[in-house]
Design a protein around this ligand. Structure first.
Ligand code: AP5
Length: 218
């Protein structure tokens, strides 16, 4: 399956994609994780990306398109993949479509993970992340606390706060989503690909909604 996730910042895309990737044994390609790793490594793309990310704006299309072209062309993607965070506007969606045609692949389904706005801010401001790129586990101080405060359960790395999770940046990220990414729901809806999944409630409940929508066994 070639699955694409759409959903506002904090909707739970990363949380659900990780669970689904494990269940279906598919690679999870998160644009945000890739960009944060590039920032950490101090690559040219990472240095350029950071200034946009810290303002809650989209990084330039060229950077993302090049990055995903490289990943999606890998042999291991032949068994399918889960896209999280790319594409994020119409030009990126059109580039993805061209790329998939070149690779003789197509999207199977687009999941629109839907949540109300008041929930998003609560989820984002309480988020803590594991910065170890082999792990990238995500916690929440109220909903998914780590066993030992501030330390990743899986790899014992010290947890951190994402630099774009500050309230003023979150506001801009929500606006960027509404203006540039939300139109993709119609774009893919017109192609008959969208399934809307209720992203509210506990993570396991959301996951059950998701597997039902995908018609795979829970
Ligand atoms: P990115 O990292 O993709 O961020 P995002 O889309 O804003 O999404 P988030 O990671 O904030 O949220 P999520 O939906 O994954 O939620 P999560 O599962 O973590 O992008 C960051 C930036 O990179 C962008 O702003 C942009 O600058 C740049 N960028 C990325 N892609 C780009 C592109 N294609 N083009 C240009 N620029 C790009 O959950 C959130 C919290 O809630 C967690 O703490 C989690 O534990 C908790 N939680 C999850 N589910 C539940 C639940 N059911 N109940 C209670 N708590 C829950």
């Amino acid at each position: 399956m070639q699955i694409l996730f759409l959903g506002a910042p904090g909707a739970g895309k990363g949380t659900q994609c990780k669970k689904l990737a494990e269940k279906l044994s598919l690679p999870h390609l998160s644009s945000g994780d890739m960009l944060r790793e590039a920032v950490k490594q101090g690559t040219k793309a990472g240095i350029e990306a950071k200034s946009f990310m810290d303002k809650g704006l989209l990084v330039t299309d060229d950077v993302l398109i090049k990055m995903f072209k490289e990943f999606l062309s890998k042999k291991e993607m032949d068994k399918g993949f889960i896209l999280d965070g790319f594409p994020r506007n119409l030009p990126q969606a059109e580039s993805l479509s061209t790329l998939l045609t070149e690779l003789s692949k197509k999207l199977t389904v687009v999941i629109n993970l839907q949540t109300s706005d008041d929930l998003l801010v609560d989820r984002i401001t309480g988020r803590r992340v594991c910065p170890n790129k082999e792990c990238n586990a995500v916690y929440h101080i109220k909903y998914f606390p780590s066993q030992k405060e501030g330390v990743c359960d899986k790899c014992q790395t010290e947890l951190s706060h994402r630099s774009d999770d500050k309230p003023e940046v979150v506001k801009q990220r929500l606006q960027t989503y509404a203006e540039q990414t939300e139109p993709l729901i119609k774009y893919y809806g017109d192609q008959g690909l969208v399934k809307t999944v209720n992203g509210e409630g506990e993570a396991d409940e959301v996951f059950n909604n998701l597997v039902k929508a995908l018609q795979v066994t829970a």
